[in-house]
Structures are given as C-alpha cells and as structure tokens.
Design a protein around this ligand. Sequence first.
Ligand code: GLN
Length: 337
Amino acid sequence: MDLGVDDVAQRASTGDLPVEEHVTSLVAAAHARERDNTRGVVADYIPVLAEADPDAFGVAVVEVGGSAHGAGDVHRRFSVQSISKAFVYALVREELGHALALEEVGVNSTGLPFDSVTAIELNDGHPMNPMVNAGALATTALVPGSGAEEQWAFVARGLSRFAGRTLELDPVVHASEAATNRRNRAIAQLLESYGRIDRRPADVVDVYTRQCSLLVDAHDLAVMGATLADGGVNPVTGERVVSAAVCRDTLAVLAANGLYERSGEWLFEIGLPGKSGVSGGIVTVSPGKAGIGTYSPPLDRAGNSVRGQRATAFLSRSLGLNIFASAVHTPAARGAV
Ligand code: GLN
C-alpha cells in the first residue's frame, strides 16, 4: 500500500500537538495533496451508496482541548456504516467490563474480509472481534434493553453523545440496506446456531442496520474520535461518554482490526487506531491529542477510503501522531514545539 508520504518527514510522537496555526495549515495541506486523486471505487453492494459523490472530500481534526480544524467538505453528511462498530463497541464494553468483552466478542483479527462467514466457521463460531460484521452483530446483541426498540434508543443516544449532537437515521440508506442485507442475516443466524447470540437474529440485524444508517460528517467523526482520545470525555460538550479504560480497550481493538484485512498495513504506515466504513468515512484517534475524521467515497479493494487513508497518513507524519515514532531523548527537547 503506497500512501504517497515518502516525501513527508516523520515528526516524532511527543505528548503534544504542534501549535494550532500549524495544525490548521497541515489539515489544509492534507486536503490539497489528495483533492485531485481519483483512485478507488465507490461501494455499490448497498445500492444507494453507489449514488455518493466521488468528488466529495473533507478532512477534519478536533483536538482534545476542543479546537476544530477542517478543509473541504467537512459538513457533507453520509451514513456512518462500519464506523458505528467502534462506538457501539465502546458503549457495550462499558456495560460488560474488560474480561467479559474479551471473552464474548474477542479482539483478534481474522485476516479475512469484514463480512466473512468462513472466519466464523474457522473459529468454532466465535465472532473474533467487534470490527468485523460477525463481532459487530454479537456486540449489538449485547446492547442493554428489553427489545430492539430499547436497544436502538441506547445506540442512537450513545453515538449522539460521542458526536455531541443528536444523530439522525437516513431512512433511504436504511431501507436500501434492509432490503439487501441477506449476508448479515445469514451471519446472525450462524452466530445463533453456535449459541453466540441469544436475541432474535432478525432483531439484531435490524438494530445493526439502523446504527449503520446514522448520518454523520467528517467533523462529527473528528469529535467522536477526540472523545476516545480524551479519556472518554467529549471535548466539545464536556460530557463523559465512557470511561478512560473503555477508550484504552476500544483503541487497542481498532489498532488491531479497524481497517479490515488491511489493518496491519494501516498500522505500519500510520501508527494509530482507526476505523473505516464503506460509505467513505474514516475516524482516526491520536490518544491524548486529537480525533481525525475524513470523508471521501472512493474505496480500495478492502473497502477503505483511498483519499482518507492518504490524508490521514500525511497528518500522522507531519503532526507527529504515529505512536511508534520516537526521537532520542534529550532534556532540552522537552516542551519544544
Ligand atoms: N452496513 C454495512 C454492512 O454491514 C457496513 C459495512 C462496512 O462499512 N464495512 O455491510
């Protein structure tokens, strides 16, 4: 995977972001570098997604202090799709606790596409991790509530708290996916056959499909990511959404599994936890520093936004976000910008 950043110097990861004006200009540069890149293909397996504008492109950064930076179409709305998996997992992990979440949903990668049935069969029915569809359906099945409506209310309210505003469902996307999501229905049935979910499979798929249809924009993704970067407190609203331990656990899962079967390459190139969705969004989290949200519909073959990956790679290098990038310790370097 060539993300086009060989010419960008890797700034070491320190405790802080550069000064704000520098962040603003690097966000603009990330957008300008990729604006004319037309590589990738817009998803069409959910019919309505094929209508997305391939030219739409937004890059947003929200710092843990609450400052926002953006370039391009940062307020263009799109369905959150798989990115919801990260935040529903955080909410469910909060309810379940560390040990049970590890056991019931898992954290290990499958190395297979996100909608793989084979992965379930190869692992004795275990859903493996919450960022593939099997694990996401198992996670949604664990959402508290006496039925699908209560579960949905919990999910919609929780994701809205991450975003700091009330997120709304796109009825057209929902109808399009609900009419065509036979594979997810099969996955839920298979999980039920292995005793991995104890709610009605059709209800689990229904809540999952609704969560994927919530509308966000790149700025929302940056706020949601910044909440995970900020120990679970939304830096814009000041509301605590989840605990710091939940952020830690969720980010570990994202680092290992957030970009489908390309997660290893993503970590190698970008060095940050992130989560992509087939509508073209990516959320990336720089712990203790910021959230990054990108939107651009054309995808690579694994289902990850091409421009989003490249813009994020540029920001990771130039802002010094890669958690593996250190510099030799010198006392004088402390506090240097
Ligand atoms: N709703 C989509 C699905 O389940 C989400 C997939 C994705 O974004 N990778 O197929």
